[in-house]
Design a protein around this ligand. Sequence first.
Ligand code: FNR
Length: 379
Amino acid sequence: QNEIYLQGLGGAVPPFTTDPDALEQSARDRLGPGPFWYVAGGAGSGATVRANRAAFERVQLVPRMLTNATERHLGVTVLGTELPAPVMLAPVGVQAILHPDGELATARAAAELGVPMVLSTASSHTIEEVAEASGDGPRWYQLYWPNDPGVCASLLERAKKAGYTALVVTLDTWTLAWRPHDLDQAYLPFLRGIGTAIPFSDPAFRAGLQKSPEEDMPMAILRWVQLFTGTDKSWDQLSFLREHWDGPIVLKGIQHADDARKAVEFGMDGVVVSNHGGRQVDGAVGSLDALPSIVEAVGEQVDVLFDSGIRTGADIVKALALGAKAVMVGRPFAYGLAHGGQVGVKHVLRSLLADFDLTLGLSGHRSPADLGPDALRFS
Ligand code: FNR
């Protein structure tokens, strides 16, 4: 914040707005409808996207005064790792749709700030390339659980070798939802995006094809999509992932307390309370509304992370006060990427962290650990 003031004295203003609505609008102007709706769109009528935001609006902060909150510590420990702030970059697929540097730009920006990036299985750059761009930065790997165990083991092996420490298994997208905006475009931005890199580097995947992806791209893309569609999994198969992964595993897409309990029962290290940013089940509960019962069910035993709808520092304070250990942010950084690659992601992320820091302090708290439901009022 001080830096922005000081630069302003010299006549310089930030590269683009980080006001959430204006940021979305300016990304829309910049990207064109296909890529823009790939990011902004939700499932069906968009009811869940709206429910995510409405849930935040029903919870309000109740600031406290004279609490000596001028010095603050934002750090938290998540899955045994110390983070500079309770914020991570959510897995977002095929980022080359938004900027040619895609995940490489995101990885560099995240590493500059020491914020973990969660790399999507559906990335436009390979696991190894993104790891290299991350340097020493913290990194987690997100798995879309393929129905071919050989490919699954190969992806996990590569991610381990490349220094990804935690595994985020996304359960809510075993098939793509009815997404009218993407269907209107026949998923073209997405298909063109995955044609650039993702799967084709994986030896186990290539081995399962009759011709190389270079020779028969449409078949390779179809096979890739089939690999992640209609995967018929059960809770006890989580043991396969445990066998092939040494670090912590968290399940993403949890919205029901009983599923969170099952995650613990089956030996998981945490859950991400998420509805995929409203992109999967239309008419679902706002993710923040789902958070308290899950924290109550398993919050003492494992780390509960949260995403879907975080746009401001106040949103982060609210999610933490309801018991989340940390939050993941999706669309805002994707819009930053569209605006300016690495610089754009960094600008969005720094702004969000500064907003969080100030809102935490001004509402009278010195650290995430100070936050609890008594910091809130529910309307
Ligand atoms: C996603 N999300 C997602 N999740 C995942 O596990 N793997 C993925 O590849 C993707 N891809 C993806 C692409 C785009 C364009 C978006 C917007 C989202 C979901 C993501 O990780 C996260 O759950 C939501 O984005 C959180 O909601 P907000 O912050 O966008 O409201």
